[in-house]
Design a protein around this ligand. Structure first.
Ligand SMILES: NC(=O)C1=CN([C@@H]2O[C@H](COP(=O)(O)OP(=O)(O)OC[C@H]3O[C@@H](n4cnc5c(N)ncnc54)[C@H](O)[C@@H]3O)[C@@H](O)[C@H]2O)[C@@H](O)CC1
Ligand SMILES: Nc1ncnc2c1ncn2[C@@H]1O[C@H](COP(=O)(O)OP(=O)(O)O)[C@@H](O)[C@H]1O
Ligand SMILES: [K+]
Length: 479
């Protein structure tokens, strides 16, 4: 698992560790990691020009010590002090004694424009709000300059705990973060400002408490994959029911079934008007034309993709919500559901909205969901008492138990933004539910395989290509 911890947790862990190690040791570990990453970005340190953006906290201190290390290896470095009276004094002294220069009051932008490497040490976990105007101007100069931008701990200007970005922020090519990931490095919009991530161990691990976020890695995904055993038969592996598609949108039925067939359940039942289209593509499906209630036993239902809003669609959603098995509700199902019916359920419920659907469920504007994803997904899980998978450039999975870390998916790619790919995800995740996975495991493994599958499919991909690549993703994880 990759973990993300809140600022409060990081500060507590740092304080505990600092009480046991010599003064300044943590900052030196941070600076060593930064200088290493700077070296990798530069290729050749000797003769390189480095500009250091220095705010008034320890983040600036890290940057100054790292620059001192690069100076000792033959780089030239200029520090741009945003608040000269409050720059980290020991770091500044080390920087000067290694031969570093401080830019004149109006020379900052020039130093940045000429640099091969810009170290962004304006703010780290102590940053509040968007960058102040002087810092914002330098962030723009760094973006427009020729050098690589390396952020110290976090790209300055983003909100460390929420991944929100209020106003201007530094756009980094890479970020070196210390001790653990911070939520902003894993959740958009902030994560987009961070570039490539590198975690530097400063010895915090033993002192870190519970994470805010966790991201499955290959080994975690492999451990969750349902595998048939000697005693398995198709019913014991789980049967997933799919209530999707309509006369108007038969394709959604095909796509959801495609995902479901590759999700680990032993059989897929389809209930609804899309049967002929489903059978034409997937003859292995058990098809019926009526509502979920009449479709026979399943271990989980997927309801919603392409259902439309006819009375038959409403019945399908009501029936599926009334079934005492895990259920995944997507797309039109999210518009048709009765919140009370979701809250009353005792079996697991997974809701899979994209930002627009989440906005409608919350009564927020879509931009607010996209700007505050972590808040939105937690709020939905709390309001509905359900597991919520919020789709988009960052996919998040929140559990109804607020004490559980939110899961963030690391495999997504913008190539997934293609019509029908969400239908494949619904079928896939529902199948994992039917195979017996807990709701948040099914949702996070579904997102993981879905993203990986997109990465393994030649671009531009279609939703059916994506479904066809799921076995390759499965194999990739388990190999
Ligand atoms: N505490 C520790 O043990 C360690 C901390 N480290 C570094 O210390 C950082 C945290 O240091 P601090 O707590 O001093 O906080 P920061 O250095 O992140 O920022 C605080 C300073 O930035 C200013 N500031 C806040 N918001 C601003 C904005 N929007 N625009 C411009 N200026 C703004 C504040 O006035 C304050 O002076 C970490 O991110 C990490 O880089 C590392 O050295 C590792 C060890
Ligand atoms: N910019 C993006 N980066 C990564 N994944 C994305 C991006 N945009 C959309 N996706 C993913 O693509 C899928 C689209 O699903 P959805 O919005 O339901 O579309 P549809 O209804 O057409 O199937 C989701 O899994 C979502 O997370
Ligand atoms: K920074």
């Amino acid at each position: 698992m990759r973990y993300g911890h809140s600022v409060e947790t990081v500060r507590r862990a740092e304080a505990a560790l600092m009480a046991r190690v010599p003064e300044g040791a943590l900052m030196q570990r941070a600076a060593a990691g930064l200088a290493g990453a700077g070296t990798d970005l530069l290729g050749r340190v000797y003769g390189a020009r480095v500009a250091v953006l220095v705010g008034s906290g320890a983040n600036g201190g890290d940057a100054l010590y790292a620059a001192a290390r690069l100076l000792r290896r033959g780089a030239a470095a200029t520090a741009v002090l945003l608040n000269p009276e409050r720059a980290y004094a020991e770091g500044l002294a080390a920087f000067r004694s290694a031969g570093g220069r401080v830019a004149a009051a109006d020379g900052g932008a020039r130093a940045v424009a000429r640099a091969d490497l810009v170290l962004d040490g304006v703010t780290g976990i102590g940053g509040k709000g968007g960058l102040r105007p002087e810092a914002a101007d330098l962030a723009l100069a760094a973006r427009d300059g020729r050098g690589a931008v390396l952020a110290v701990d976090l790209p300055s200007g983003v909100d460390a705990d929420t991944g929100e970005v209020h106003g201007p922020a530094v756009h980094a090519d890479a970020t070196v973060t210390f001790g653990t990931y911070k939520p902003a490095l894993l959740v958009d919009p902030a994560a987009e400002f961070a570039g490539a991530l590198r975690l530097v161990d400063i010895g915090l691990d033993g002192d870190l408490g519970a994470p805010e976020l966790e991201a499955l890695q290959h080994a975690d995904a492999a451990a969750l994959l349902p595998r048939p055993s000697g005693e398995s038969d198709k019913y014991r592996r789980g049967v997933v029911g799919v209530a999707a598609g309509s006369e108007r949108y038969p394709g959604a039925a095909v796509l959801a079934v495609s995902g479901a067939l590759r999700g680990g359940a032993g059989a897929v039942r389809y209930a609804g008007p899309g049967g002929p289209a489903v059978l034409a593509r997937h003859p292995e499906t058990l098809v019926s034309a009526g509502s979920p209630r009449a479709a026979g036993r399943v271990q989980a239902w997927v309801v919603g993709p392409g259902l439309g809003d006819t009375s038959q669609a409403r019945t399908a959603v009501d029936d599926a919500l009334a079934a005492d098995v895990p259920i995944l509700v997507d797309a039109d199902g999210l518009r048709l559901l009765t919140p009370e019916a979701v809250r009353r359920r005792t079996a697991a419920t997974v809701l899979t909205p994209h930002a627009g659907e989440a906005a409608a469920l919350l009564g927020w504007a879509r931009e607010d969901v996209e700007g505050r994803r972590l808040h939105a997904v937690r709020e939905l899980a709390a309001r509905f008492g359900a597991t919520v998978l919020l789709k988009g450039s960052t996919t998040l999975v929140a559990d109804p138990d607020p004490g559980r870390p939110v899961r963030v998916n690391a495999t997504g790619t913008a190539w997934l933004a293609t019509a029908g790919s969400g239908d494949v995800l619904s079928g896939l995740t529902g199948s994992l539910l039917a195979a017996g996975l807990a709701a948040r495991d099914a949702a996070s493994l579904g997102a993981y395989l879905h993203g990986l599958s997109a990465r393994l499919t030649p671009h531009p991909l279609t939703a059916l290509d994506l479904a066809d690549s799921l076995p390759a993703a499965w194999h990739n994880v388990s190999a």
